[in-house]
Every structure is written in structure tokens, then in C-alpha cells.
Design a protein around this ligand. Structure first.
Ligand SMILES: N[C@@H](CCC(=O)NCCCC(=O)O)C(=O)O
Length: 259
């Protein structure tokens, strides 16, 4: 069977005065080398999108992290400059893709900004500058360091027994990296919290009664996906779900051809 394909919504970035639709190498590398799937980077547009046209052609959705934040108006808050930087085209592409992939039982893995988009897409809210809240650690990326140090494993999260994530990495304490200043505030009704940090920050969720793999993590399993065991287990489980979906789609197609 040819490698299945996952959709990766792009960020809008400006390099050399030109606008680019961009996704970071670490995500598509983890998809290929740890999940065993190919990636289609999906351009980000604020309107004119046909989400089903994309989902008809892929076998999973991988929603990456990004330094930009989900626009606060999408979860009922006023936007201030402090809530930025924003990427409305990414929001407009990613949120419908998340909602529709869940409806269509297409496997979904949402990472960092991705878990925040998942929560907002299903009706939850976000908190900004969480490190300024009493008792909340500084989850932001360390400043002025190389990327390996930026993504270094440096915090414990506690995976709830019986959760979807526990079925992948085991329950209890695992060590992860951390590069975020926002987090889930009100959990969307259709999400269940699967892991938390020692300060109570929500670190993983899954979609309640999801017909397929539908998981979000606040940390970055993609970065060490080939060498760190929990990271590799998450991408491997996502890859298996994507392959199962692709095989089912193929079987359905062949059944229709025979009929
Ligand atoms: N902007 C959100 C999500 C953070 C995130 O996805 N971080 C990964 C990218 C890190 C970087 O390249 O700066 C938040 O800050 O919570």
C-alpha cells in the first residue's frame, strides 16, 4: 500500500517581502519518519475554502504548533495587541478542518497551537500569558538558545489512567518539552482532559466518543519523535490510525467498484 497522506495546515509567513504558506520541517519529518505517512501542506486562506475537498483526498490531519495565537474573537474575547501575533488565515483553515475531520472520523493529531485550535473549534476558550497567573509556571520556550535547547524535554506531565493517551504512552508521569504562553482555559464540552502539568495546566485532551483517533497535546512530540519514546509512541499510534483509515477507504472504494 502506498503511504497514506495527512493534511498539515500552513501558517502565513512573510519572508523576503513575499507571503508564504509555510509548515515547519519538524512536523512533516516526524510524520514521515515516526508515523510513516506523507504530508500535504494545506495553504491557508481566510475564505473560499472547500474543507471536504481537502479531506476527500487525505487520510489524516496533523495540526502543528506555531508562534501565532488563535484570534481571541473566535472564543468570545476582545483582541488586544498583547494577544498577538495573529494568523487569521491559519485560523480560518485549521478550525473547519479540525471540526470536519472529527465529523468524518478522519484521524487527528493536534500539537501546541493545534490543541488550542481544537479546543476553540469545539467551543472552548484559551488563557493568555499563563505564566502571569499565580502558581503557574513559565511554559514559554527558553530565550536565546539553539532549537534543540528550545525544544529540550524539561517538564513533567501526568497522564490520566484509562485515557486515550495512556493507551499510547502509559499512565502516570512522562517528561515533555514546553513552548507556549497560552493554554486551555474552559475545556470544550466534547473534550476530556487526558494529562496535566504539575501546576494544573492542561497538557493533553481527546475528543469524547470520537469515531477515530482525535488527540491534542500541548507539548511537542514531533521534535524528538525519532528518539524520545513517548514522542515516538504518539506519532506511531497516529500513523497506525491513519493507515487504518486509508485501508478502510480503499476497501470501500474497491467494494463500490465490484458492486
Ligand atoms: N502560540 C501559542 C502556541 C505555541 C506553539 O505552538 N508553540 C510552538 C512554536 C514555538 C515557536 O516557534 O515559537 C502559545 O504561545 O501558546
Amino acid at each position: 500500500m502506498t503511504k497514506p497522506i495527512v493534511a498539515v495546515p500552513a501558517d502565513i509567513r512573510v519572508f523576503d517581502g513575499a507571503t508564504w504558506h509555510a509548515a515547519q520541517h519538524q512536523y512533516v519529518r516526524a510524520a514521515l519518519n515516526a508515523a510513516g505517512v506523507m504530508s500535504f501542506i494545506i495553504p491557508a486562506f481566510e475564505e473560499g475554502y472547500d474543507t471536504d475537498a481537502i479531506l476527500d483526498r487525505v487520510d489524516g490531519v496533523l495540526v502543528s504548533g506555531s508562534a501565532s495565537n488563535v484570534h481571541p474573537t473566535l472564543y468570545g474575547k476582545q483582541a488586544t495587541e498583547a494577544d498577538g501575533p495573529f494568523d487569521p488565515a491559519r485560523d480560518a483553515t485549521s478550525l473547519p478542518l479540525i471540526r470536519r475531520s472529527i465529523e468524518r472520523a478522519i484521524p487527528l493529531l493536534a500539537i501546541c497551537r493545534g490543541i488550542q485550535e481544537l479546543n476553540v473549534a469545539l467551543g472552548g476558550t484559551l488563557a493568555s500569558e499563563i505564566q502571569e497567573q499565580p502558581g503557574i509556571w513559565d511554559h514559554r520556550k527558553p530565550p536565546n538558545v539553539d532549537r534543540d535547547s528550545m525544544y529540550a524535554v524539561r517538564q513533567s506531565v501526568f497522564v490520566k489512567e484509562g485515557s486515550c493517551i495512556a493507551g499510547i504512552v502509559g499512565s502516570g508521569e512522562i517528561r515533555v518539552n514546553s513552548l507556549h504562553r497560552q493554554a486551555i482555559a474552559e475545556t470544550a464540552p466534547r473534550l476530556t482532559v487526558e494529562a496535566v502539568a504539575e501546576d494544573g495546566t492542561i497538557e493533553a485532551v481527546s475528543v469524547i466518543d470520537a469515531p477515530a483517533f482525535a488527540v491534542g497535546v500541548q507539548w511537542h512530540p514531533e521534535y524528538w519523535a525519532e528518539t524520545d519514546k513517548p514522542s515516538n509512541q504518539i506519532f506511531s499510534a497516529f500513523g497506525d490510525a491513519v493507515r487504518d483509515y486509508a485501508a478502510g477507504k480503499l476497501a470501500t472504494t474497491r467494494t463500490k467498484q465490484i458492486a
